[in-house]
Design a protein around this ligand. Structure first.
Ligand SMILES: [Zn+2]
Length: 349
């Protein structure tokens, strides 16, 4: 079976198309999905560069997000049948630990993500737990494979960040950094659905124009404008209630500075660097809350699939690459020119 694999860590020149063993039939509770498209996330770039804590076994099959056709199901799987078109939730919990039993699967002590801790979706077929697939809702127009593949990781991540963790409410001010990325774009859309006033930033005026089309109340070019100063002016010196972060080192200090008293910062990553400096005097005097968030639980995944079925949060796909162009797809994502998701189509084998 053909797969996109890393032959080593270190960069995109270690990415190749190779033959890998067929994953075989599904075991009890598992589903075998013929993958028709995968979508890339910043996580995939981190995995290619080398992440501490991953037990890499090369060749390492990449890709977290995917969608395809159920080929066969193992004993005990009832929610899908062979032939169903499904999206894959890439976060795989052990379903036994105290957090799983409490319904908080993304807090699982053995939480694993496809393409990171487990072989990924950029191959002809993948085995996943039955609980990790959801039938693709019927929409008009129908979702493409690329759109379906682009749905799960960023929508789940943004949903938990904005609703469960930051608890954004109608009328609140929310600042979202770097609107080109999938999590940021989706966080903007969710915050607007909740009735918040959203300030979106980008270094690209074209992306800011798109953000306004998607409902951003205010857009700021963080390359040419002083974001904290502009936010103070916009909010009569008050600041914003919530900052949605995934940039990290380059923006963190400003994220704290733009908060209103009692404000919250919610973060799911640090694309510009992981080590952050926080002035504790600002933190306690402002009585701020710093919230970490990753992926989401089963109830949140069901909620976002429901949103999609209701015609909301349809994935925004920027560009679709062919399977043989997978390295070009990674390079395109690395250049951060995209507005929305980057997907890779996988031909039926
Ligand atoms: Zn668990």
């Amino acid at each position: 079976m053909r797969a996109a694999v890393l032959t080593d860590i270190g960069g995109l020149d270690r990415l190749a198309i190779a033959e890998v063993p067929d994953p075989g039939p599904p075991g009890p509770g598992e589903v075998r999905v013929a993958v028709r498209a995968a979508a890339l996330n910043h996580l995939d770039l981190f995995v290619a560069g080398g992440l501490p804590g991953i037990d890499y076994r090369f060749p390492h099959v990449v890709g977290a997000d995917g969608a395809g056709v159920v080929e066969s199901v193992g004993a005990g799987v009832e929610r899908v049948r062979p032939g169903d078109r499904v999206m894959i939730n890439p976060g795989i919990p052990d379903r036994t630990c105290e957090f799983c039993r409490a319904g908080e699967q993304s807090l699982c002590v053995q939480y694993r993500i496809l393409g990171e801790h487990l072989p990924g979706t950029l191959r002809g077929a993948v085995l996943v737990p039955g609980a990790n697939v959801a039938p693709i809702p019927d929409l008009e127009p129908a979702l493409s494979w690329a759109e379906a593949a682009a749905f799960s990781l960023v929508t789940l991540t943004a949903w938990r960040m904005v609703t469960t963790r930051a608890r954004v409410r109608a009328g609140e001010w929310v600042l979202v950094w770097g609107i080109g990325g999938g999590v940021s774009l989706t966080a903007l859309r969710i915050a607007k659905q909740l009735g918040a006033k959203v300030i979106a930033t980008s270094s690209s005026d074209a992306k800011l124009a798109r953000a306004r089309e998607l409902g951003a109340d205010v857009t700021l070019n963080h390359a040419t404008q002083d974001v904290p100063k502009e936010v103070r002016a916009l909010t009569a010196k008050r600041g914003v209630d919530v900052v949605v972060e995934n940039v990290g080192a380059a923006t963190w200090e400003k994220s704290i500075r733009v908060l209103a008293k009692g404000g919250r910062v919610v973060t799911c990553g640090g694309t510009s660097g992981p080590m952050l400096v926080t002035d504790v005097r600002r933190l306690f005097w402002g009585q701020y809350t710093i919230l970490g968030s990753t992926m989401g639980n089963d109830a949140e995944y069901a909620a976002i699939v429901g949103e999609l079925a209701a015609g909301r949060l349809r994935p925004l796909v920027d560009r679709v690459f062919s399977f043989s162009q997978v390295r070009d797809a990674y390079a395109y994502l690395e250049r951060a020119e995209q507005l929305g998701k980057v997907a890779v189509e996988i031909p039926p084998s």
